[in-house]
Write a new protein. Sequence first.
Length: 143
Amino acid sequence: MALRFRLARVLNLRTRLREQAQDEVARVAGELARLRDRIVAGRRRQDSARRTEEAAMQAGTTGAALGTFRAFEAAEAAQVAALVADEARAAEELVERREELLARRREERQLERLRERALEQHEAAEQRTAVALLDDLAQRKRR
């Protein structure tokens, strides 16, 4: 007799929810990595603008050109600041998604343990039935 685990559908649902949570963690982690790359690139552009401004000052430049350099650097600084804020938000979201993933995995594992226990009980019942049948057969042979 085959085992019919009554909570199999619930376990399948929990598994799908955990897989979905894993996908969300991967998505947010990817977003966080992209934001960090953009922050690094923005800071490099800021440094490059500062070096170019310093070189222009050494060579002698106009105030308007210096203003342009500083405006570009300020715009880059504002963009980096916005990216840093987005990075903080993504990091918080990643923590939340990981906690959700852990909760989903605990729920799934609990159902897996129930399934394992049900299988053990089913096998024990089948074994008892087999022993009872063998005993009955042995008693019939004695008669």
